[in-house]
Design a binder for this molecule. Structure first.
Ligand code: GTP
Length: 424
């Protein structure tokens, strides 16, 4: 192996970014507002000027919150689990919350699902344009490294740096430079040759994690638990998935398990309205595990095909919040011992290296079965998916490249590899 330049690892690890956006340490509890606002019409997008986390007007906005009342500590978890069927899960109570949910739904305007920014484009075009910041970053750096015609050791070192800084991970960076060293050392090599090797290597890593989310129709309902840090895209992804499943003719129920934020409950109710899926909810501040219990009980009773349970965003290092998540899972298992049938971790691609930590801790605490990476359109750090795939080998089910309803697609290794390497 070639000797590294001084300060190489220091630069590498010194570059680790803080997770973004930084979620609040305490959670506000909001009064429930009656109905969401209609989404404004979409202006034309400007791909060249995508901000770090683009919020397009045609997007599903996170419904703005009223002035928060700071709360110093999240709701505490009781030491002992309530016996099956806590008071708030009695049939009367369930009926009551359903009536209230139905009344709330009926009073809402029908809000069409936001379209993707460029619906006329095929998925690969949208993926490529979503990943443009990542691929431009890589290809520009690669081109600037390959100024000499013959491939030498210094150029390979520089290339390795570039690949690591693009968050691909040390192993993948080394695999790429090793291939070039073996096949092309002291030979003419162009940026295009390097991009081809990059695409092949990325595809090799991502191939094994490309696994679609399969809904087992024998499970009624198939229960999906959506988890992740604050703002990683859980609720939006639930909406997009609900839309997909509904379009496949499945009967879907949603559970507004992010009981900390009134806006998150409303956001889910809007998605329920759009997709025709009933939403089980409780007022903000209610116990999330009790809500999950109600939702599973009701979805079972109604013979729903799919139940998707939202959860409050939580940082992986907030132990008490991770305990609460474990409790939600335990309570779900009381009604349906094999559930959740899928526990999906949403990862915001813009968080870069911190996503590795999120996968590790959420995996340990909540038994993540698959990943959804969102916001690949808002970052130059899309390479992090490669590092995550190599390190954890967890299935990547979906990726999101925008806020529109069609901007979430099943993950495909070859497409991703070509797009990130800037290949058409
Ligand atoms: N650009 C872009 N934005 C996205 C994508 N997915 C979600 N978003 C946006 O990210 C923001 C946060 O999404 P939410 O779905 O509210 O995230 P959450 O994880 O439910 O948030 P909490 O409830 O705070 O934990 C919203 O503005 C979404 O529209 C994506 O793939 N691309």
């Amino acid at each position: 192996m070639t000797e590294k330049k001084p300060g190489f690892f220091q630069r590498l690890f010194g570059l680790e970014p803080a997770p973004s956006p930084a979620p609040p340490e305490t959670r506000p509890i909001d009064p429930v507002t009656p109905a969401p606002q209609p989404v404004p019409p979409a202006p034309e997008p400007e791909p060249e000027t995508v901000p770090e986390t683009p919020i397009t007007p045609d997007a599903i906005p996170s419904i703005p919150e009223p002035e928060p009342e700071p709360q110093t500590a999240p709701p505490t978890e009781p030491e002992v689990l309530p016996p099956p069927g806590p008071p708030e899960t009695t049939p009367d109570y369930v009926e009551d919350i359903e009536d209230r949910a139905a009344a709330a739904r009926d009073s809402m305007p029908i809000i069409p699902a936001p379209e993707t920014a460029a619906p006329q484009q095929g998925w690969f075009q949208r993926l490529a344009s979503g990943l443009r910041r990542s691929s431009d970053n890589l290809t520009t750096s690669i081109t600037s490294v390959f100024t000499k015609r013959k491939l030498d050791a210094a150029t390979l070192d520089e290339l390795e740096d570039v690949l690591i800084q693009a968050d691909l991970g040390i192993e993948t960076a080394m695999a790429i430079t090793d291939t070039l060293r073996r096949d092309r050392f002291d030979k003419d090599v162009s940026g295009e040759d390097v991009r081809a090797v990059l695409a092949d290597e990325v595809e090799k890593v991502l191939g094994p994690v490309t696994r679609p989310l399969t809904i087992d129709t024998a499970k009624k309902p198939f229960i999906i638990l959506m988890i992740g840090v604050n703002g990683s895209g859980k609720t939006t992804t639930i909406g997009k998935l609900a839309q997909k499943f509904a379009a496949e003719g499945k009967s879907v129920m949603l559970a507004a398990g992010d009981t900390f934020r009134a806006a998150a409950i409303e956001q889910l109710q809007v998605w329920g309205q759009r997709t025709g899926a009933p939403v089980i909810s409780r007022p903000a501040g209610a116990d999330a595990s009790g809500l999950a219990y109600d939702a599973v009980t009701q979805a079972k009773a109604e013979g729903r095909d799919v139940l998707i349970i939202d959860t409050a965003g939580r940082l992986q290092n907030r132990d008490e919040l991770m305990n609460e998540l474990e409790k939600v899972i335990r309570v779900i298992k009381k009604v349906e011992p094999e559930a959740p049938h899928a526990t999906l971790l949403t990862l915001d691609a813009t968080t870069g290296q911190n996503a590795l930590k999120q996968v590790e801790i959420f995996g340990q605490r909540a038994g993540v079965t698959g990943l959804v990476m969102t916001k690949l359109d808002g970052t130059a750090r899309g390479g992090i998916l490669v590092a995550i795939a190599r390190k954890f080998g967890l299935p990547v089910h979906f990726i999101g490249v925008g806020e529109g309803v069609n901007d979430l697609e099943p993950f495909k290794a070859r497409d991703f590899a070509r797009a990130i390497a800037g290949q058409d």
